[in-house]
Design a binder for this molecule. Structure first.
Ligand SMILES: Nc1ncnc2c1ncn2[C@@H]1O[C@H](COP(=O)(O)OP(=O)(O)OP(=O)(O)O)[C@@H](O)[C@H]1O
Ligand SMILES: [Mg+2]
Length: 273
């Protein structure tokens, strides 16, 4: 039976690379798990999969094996820290947006058969605007644009928002400022981005908050462990938990709210190109 549980679908993206998307996704996932939510990460970073590296996992299969019928979805899912589930789509995200009708049905049936009981789906994307990234954004309820405070990252975020709004009709974005030196810097970056976006692009931006620059993030990356687990009392961890709570508070249970709907809209957006 389709659509049995509302799912928050959140795509995390950025204009410039290396601003912290994969850290945001993996740590938000662990924080949401500790709040009792069932979380699935879709690793859509084709060819540059970082989620498995950050979480010290070695997935042997990916979504392409489900599409070919070699594996069931539950055989492909990998379990990470605290029971976060990961669907490795590396080398498969391309396929996800290029499914024919038969493959689409196969994937939807696979999702139905597993009854994943997901509350939140987090999609980690590569940086920059590509057709793939755009499809994931269009299919999600929420697009989180991550930026660092540096002007190059902010300009990149602006360019990404511009393409998603003018070419794909997306008008609502959520902004997360990572590696900020202070709360004030995070707000300042958001204000700057927001005024450009409002004035030139006619889109509305919401501020999700900031994550401070925190050396323990780098230590955790080196240990291939989530910083929220390794340094739960560190400044970055505290902010990630606040942001996780904020995501859950936001209204989102609209018609887009099922995993099947997400996959269906992903495929039909791709088919329309
Ligand atoms: N809040 C932070 N404080 C300190 N360092 C950070 C923080 N966030 C990220 N970093 C550093 O930035 C690096 C890149 O982060 P991450 O891999 O999450 O970025 P990304 O946006 O996913 O990159 P890509 O575009 O390549 O996928 C991390 O390995 C870490 O060293
Ligand atoms: Mg990444």
């Amino acid at each position: 039976m389709r659509g049995r549980k509302p799912v928050r679908t959140v795509t995390v993206t950025s204009g410039k690379g290396g601003v912290g998307k994969t850290n945001v996704v993996t740590n938000l996932a662990v924080a949401l798990r500790s709040m009792g939510k069932e979380v699935l990460i879709l690793d859509a970073d084709v060819g540059m999969s970082n989620v498995d590296v950050l979480l010290h996992l070695a997935p042997r299969h990916n979504v392409a094996h489900v599409l070919s019928g070699e594996k069931r979805l539950d055989e492909v899912l990998v379990e990470g820290p605290r029971g976060v589930r990961i669907l490795p789509a590396a080398f498969g995200a391309q396929e996800l947006t290029r499914l024919d009708g038969h493959q689409r049905m196969r994937l939807l049936d696979a999702i139905d058969a597993c009854d994943l009981g997901i509350d939140v789906l987090l999609v980690d994307t590569p940086a920059g605007i590509s057709e793939n990234v755009a499809f994931f954004c269009v299919a999600s309820q929420e697009i989180v644009v991550v930026t660092a405070p540096e002007p190059t990252a902010v300009t990149g975020a602006c360019a990404l928002i511009k393409v998603l709004s003018t070419r794909y009709g997306e008008k609502r974005f959520t902004v997360l400022v990572n590696s900020a030196r202070s709360e004030a810097e995070g707000r300042e970056v958001f204000r700057a981005l927001s005024s450009v976006a409002g004035m030139l692009l006619n889109v509305s931006l919401d501020y999700l908050g900031h994550i401070p620059h925190d050396a323990s993030v780098q230590d955790a990356v080196r240990s291939q462990a989530p910083f929220v687990d390794m340094f739960p009392d560190g400044p970055a961890s505290r902010k990630v938990r606040e942001i996780a709570a904020r995501i859950l508070e936001r209204p989102g249970g609209d018609v887009k709210g099922s995993l099947q709907f997400f996959i269906e809209s992903l495929c039909s957006a791709a088919a329309g190109v």
